[in-house]
Design a protein around this ligand. Structure first.
Ligand SMILES: *Cc1c(COP(=O)(O)O)cnc(C)c1O
Length: 378
């Protein structure tokens, strides 16, 4: 019987490996028998849930016997106002991961190619694989997207291109002019998803407004999420903004109630909570500076990041200090023993790096102490 049902699965699905999530805090608590665990592994908002959302959710609890609004009218309305688009350009998702998959399912079949960069977000190869389409992985430049190489790699079979800006797990950032130059080279029959999960953290003097480019480039889809800067990762809510015809197609393919009632209410509420957003971004900027200064001091090479995380080469000090070189996976394990969960990214082709989500000041401090101990840094 072994592998019998696997042989019945779709060809693409047979080769799928499950998504590796960050290790849950309670799992490590059980394993180590300690409680003061610091999780800096999933780029979550360290501020905790916004107070305005807590209040709104309390009220919403009494409504939970009812189905949610299948069209998410009020959330779409709030997004449409904020981003100066029409409601019919918006598609809501059960997290923005849901949208990435919906877009692939709606437009791509096994005869097509889906393009993304080396070291780019792992969900892109996952959704491509599940459909049985061909993944075209374009070699990274300085850990980020090489848009010239990506434009040159477009073929008659290319149907969809994923670009993460800032990228996860490298934090690399593409300037507006680079992206626009690229879009101008992409044929109209190829859809481009600009995944801006970390948009709110990126430098507001440089990040621009890609949503406004949809008029010029109707094959552009911008996706964003409430999981990161808005602090709603556990509720699962994200959205895409696109040409209305694309949104119409995505809305046909999605499940009727893919955004639950609490998620809709929380997202609509937190979107108005500018203070929460500003506090989170300020905390992130301070923590980013703190960790970069620490890495500089310890001669650890890191990739400059525009997200809420920083990716550091934990083997890079070895040349200078003559210490034993450890891989990212080994340092990850040793940090677990210290009660600090970070993210190894060997699966992204970066075996010497670890990705650390920026935490509160105290959490960052715990991480710095643990890394100092584990790497024997002085
Ligand atoms: C976190 C993340 C997302 C968002 O995931 P959700 O499903 O919205 O929680 C999307 N893209 C990238 C690159 C991410 O890192």
């Amino acid at each position: 019987m072994s592998n019998y049902f696997l042989s019945l699965a779709n060809v693409g699905v047979q080769k799928l490996r499950p998504y590796q999530a960050g290790k849950p805090t309670d799992e490590l608590e059980r394993e180590l028998g300690i409680t003061d665990i610091v999780k800096l592994a999933s780029n979550e908002n360290p501020l905790g849930l916004s107070e305005s959302v807590k209040l709104a959710l309390q009220k919403e609890l009494t409504e939970l016997t009812r189905y949610p609004d299948a069209n998410g009218f009020y959330l779409k309305q709030a997004l449409a106002t904020k981003y100066s688009v029409n409601n019919d350009q918006i598609t809501l998702g059960n997290g923005s991961n849901d949208l990435l998959e919906l877009i692939a399912r709606a437009f791509v079949d096994s005869s097509h190619e889906v393009m993304f960069a080396e070291h780019a977000f792992v969900v892109y190869p996952l959704v491509t694989q599940a459909i049985g389409a061909t993944a075209v992985v374009v070699k990274a430049k300085d850990y980020g997207h090489d848009l010239s190489a990506m434009a040159a790699a477009i073929t008659d079979k290319t149907k969809l291109i994923f670009i993460a800006n800032p990228n996860n797990p490298t934090g690399t950032f593409l300037e507006q002019a680079e992206i626009k130059d690229f879009l101008a080279k992409v044929p109209a029959r190829v859809l481009v998803v600009l995944d801006e999960a970390y948009f709110e953290y990126a430098d507001n003097t440089r990040r621009g407004n890609a949503i406004a480019w949809i008029k010029e480039f109707p094959n552009l889809i911008v996706s964003r999420t409430f999981s990161k800067a808005y602090g709603l990762a556990g509720l699962r809510v994200g959205y895409s903004i696109s040409h209305p015809e694309i949104a119409d197609i995505l809305n046909r393919v999605r499940q009727p109630f893919n955004c639950n009632a609490l998620a809709l209410k929380a997202a609509e509420t937190v979107l108005q909570d500018e203070q929460y957003l500003a506090e989170g971004v300020a905390l992130n900027n301070a923590g980013m500076q703190d960790l970069c200064a620490f890495f500089d001091e310890k001669n650890l090479a890191y990739i400059p990041s525009m997200g809420n995380f920083i990716t550091v080469n934990v083997a890079s000090f070895a040349d200078k200090k003559m210490a034993d070189k450890k891989t990212g996976d080994q340092v990850y394990q040793a940090l677990l023993e210290e009660g600090v969960i970070v993210r190894p990214i060997t699966g992204y082709g970066l075996p010497n790096h670890l990705r650390i989500s920026i935490g509160t000041e105290a959490e960052n401090q715990r991480f710095k102490q643990a890394l100092t101990k584990v790497l024997n840094l002085q």
